[in-house]
Design a protein around this ligand. Structure first.
Ligand SMILES: NC(=O)c1ccc[n+]([C@@H]2O[C@H](COP(=O)([O-])OP(=O)(O)OC[C@H]3O[C@@H](n4cnc5c(N)ncnc54)[C@H](OP(=O)(O)O)[C@@H]3O)[C@@H](O)[C@H]2O)c1
Length: 404
């Protein structure tokens, strides 16, 4: 598989001949197809014509096709569809066969949704068994997945009876959606890394109207434009070159001859010229944004599903760390409650003690006042020559001393 291939989604069958001839002349040999693009027959006819004209040989061409989600869960339907694709592309084998979306028909009971597409790890494993059979029968030289998140990919790879790991994962990838976790994981797989192919790496500006909702066009982004100006090229070239420099294969689609040429030649030339600072600036645009999010939403199999739930399952590791955080939080609350009880107890003791002191003070003041009165009375009686009353004993005085 070449690192720069050619996308065929959205090209009308009547335009395939001229477009593919321009692509082959520009050096493309890897073609991304699908029966869902409704032009595989035209692609097959054009490539067969180019082969019979001696322009290309089958062994030089790398053909990718995909099994659609409506068919992927049935072994028979998958084989039926694959045979149709082989007939349409006029070949005996596919070089790379992908599961287009990791979804199957599922029956949801609450609320009742019959034949709704949905994801389940067990069903993807079943689909993958059919893919493994296709690979073992050499109908596909390699097999892979599309639109799969890193945690679903990990779950598939963890299947104890897995025989053939995916060779390629094809996902939406551009500076607004850099797929860091997926790239890191795919680069680390053994015995060989899983290759990533980017789709919609130009922002899929001509995606069907139903998938458009006023999102910012990728190619108008300020950083892309300024990097392009600095390198004397176009934002489209920069977006594609950025993906290539990140080790991701690209399959841009165009029907315009000059763009077809630029998307390969200029991109291959510009990619090594992107400086570390320019790569950093482009990396910083990542915001996990999907231009095809409306396509994902149409697959929601539970009311109110978030896009995040549609794209991937939560990381089981982060779930356990989430649980650990919850436990820590509960412990902090319990300690805080215990501290607050102890604090209250101490407050009660202090306030009781204060009340005792105040009472004692009041008594002391009363005693001092009566003592002063006694002294005055004593002085008056002395002056008048009458006998003196007794002064308080030392034991009486010491009984107040603790409140001084
Ligand atoms: N696995 C999947 O689920 C999936 C999903 C989507 C796409 N794909 C594959 O990926 C391929 C590419 O993705 P995509 O078709 O969504 O979109 P894309 O390649 O991001 O963008 C294609 C659009 O950009 C325009 N364009 C091409 N080169 C350009 C340039 N140099 N400057 C400015 N505009 C340019 C094209 O218009 P012109 O034709 O007028 O040049 C076309 O409208 C598809 O064709 C398909 O093979 C796979």
């Amino acid at each position: 598989m070449d690192s720069v291939g050619f996308g065929t989604w959205g090209i009308h069958s009547r335009d395939i001949n001229a477009t593919l001839r321009a692509a082959v002349a520009a050096g493309y040999r890897t073609f991304d197809c699908s029966p869902l693009y409704k032009n595989e027959k035209a692609v097959g006819n054009t490539l067969a014509a180019l082969m019979s004209e001696g322009v290309i040989k089958r062994r030089d061409v790398f053909l990718t096709s995909k099994v659609p989600p409506t068919d992927a869960c049935s072994r028979n339907r998958t084989f039926k569809l694959l045979r149709q694709t082989l007939r349409d592309l006029r070949t005996t084998h596919i070089d790379l066969y992908l599961v287009h979306w990791p979804f199957c028909k599922i029956v949801v009971e609450d609320p009742p949704l019959v034949n709704q597409l949905g994801y389940s790890a067990a069903q993807l494993r079943e689909t993958w068994k059919t893919m493994e059979e296709i690979a073992s029968r050499r109908l596909a030289r390699s097999i892979g997945l599309s639109n799969v998140g890193v945690n679903r990919l990990k779950a598939l790879l963890a299947a104890p009876d897995l025989r053939v790991p995916p060779a390629v994962v094809q996902v939406e990838h551009h500076p607004f959606n850099a797929n860091r976790a997926l790239r890191r994981f795919c680069a680390s797989t053994q015995p060989s890394p899983i290759r990533i192919t980017a789709y919609s790496s130009l922002g899929s500006s001509e995606r069907p109207r139903k998938y458009q909702s006023g999102q910012q066009p990728l190619l108008e982004d300020h950083t892309l434009v300024s990097v392009a100006n600095a390198l004397g090229t176009t934002p489209a070239t920069v977006a594609l070159a950025w993906a290539l420099r990140g080790g991701v294969a690209i399959i841009p689609k165009s029907t315009q001859p000059e763009r077809i040429v630029a998307n390969r030649r200029e991109v291959l030339a510009i990619s090594p010229r992107l400086s570390a600072q320019q790569m950093e600036a482009l990396d910083s645009l990542d915001r996990n944004f999907h231009y095809l999010s409306a396509a994902w939403r149409s697959y929601a199999w539970r009311p109110g599903m978030s896009l995040q739930e549609l794209y991937d399952d939560p990381d089981p590791g982060s779930q356990s760390s989430w649980l650990a955080t919850l436990i820590q939080f509960a412990l902090v609350l319990a300690v805080a409650a215990a501290c607050s009880r102890e604090h209250q107890r101490r407050l009660n003791t202090v306030s009781k003690r204060l009340s005792e002191i105040q009472a004692a003070e009041r008594m002391s003041i009363d005693w001092h006042s009566s003592r002063v009165a006694d002294i005055h009375r004593h002085a008056l009686l002395s002056q008048s020559g009458e006998s003196q009353p007794e002064s308080p004993t030392p034991s009486q005085t010491s009984s107040w001393s603790h409140v001084a």
